[in-house]
Design a protein around this ligand. Sequence first.
Ligand SMILES: [Zn+2]
Length: 317
Amino acid sequence: MSLPWLEEHQQRINASLAEERLGHAPLIAGPVGVGKQALGDWLARRLLCLEPTDGQPCGECRACSLIKAGSHPDLFTVGIPEDKREIPVDSVRELSRCLQLTPSIGRHRVGLIEPAEAMNRNAANALLKTLEEPASDAWLVLISHRADDLPATIRSRCQIMTVRPPELELAGNWLVEACPDSNPDERSNALALAGGAPLAARALLDDGGLAFAHEVRSGLVALASGRSVPEVLSDGWAEQGGITWDWLVHWCAQCLAANLGAATSGDNNDWPSMNTERLASLADKALRGRSLAFGSVRQDLSLAQWLIEWQSIAQRG
Ligand SMILES: [Zn+2]
């Protein structure tokens, strides 16, 4: 399914390529669910295609066919290994080594790292060396949901392209086609919860994510009134990993807005009254929890601790 809001980025990339000013390390940044991965995949195809037509990969040449089959010898993808929670240094070293080789087909090699913020410190240091001494015919594409978490030394050596959520109307129209079984209420709810990111909204509608978001919200309200206990909630929520923290960050912001008296919709009235300073610091901790969700800290413990603090602040009023 095409993502029409990416077209302007593709045009900009094509213009840069035409003028030979596309940096050797593009960093595609932006929130979850705006299509960064799709843009990164497109860019890899665009760079490797042997006969791009009208600024688009042809889809038919040898390079395009091999990419489609997942076996292009000059395309190297690095992600979080299945048995790990971060990108280890070995993966980055291997990528750097591969990018030094002579291209087998065409004139370029492309490395893709996603999500770049999942590199541990050693991996980031190893990458820095590659960025400092780039191979002349290789591109290194980084994709990141949280580019601000990347070391400044890495960011400064990349050409940052930020993908933002499209206009609400465009996102809404796209979602009608993407989720034909959803109703307008569900769609606008999902888009609001996803911060306007269309693919994130689609995931909410497809995978029962909307229900989980509301489960987290009711859990927080129940904790505040003493109708639930942190341990019970944290066990189930920890399994959801980073998503739970995303919702805690989101609902903290909503609760903070309600406490500050910001104009809120009708269903925002049941938030507990809370000390806004403490609530803001709790929101910070949720943000930190989210970045640690990629590390080795035990989720259930840190989550239980966070929920205990939420309950205690809520009950103090
Ligand atoms: Zn092609």
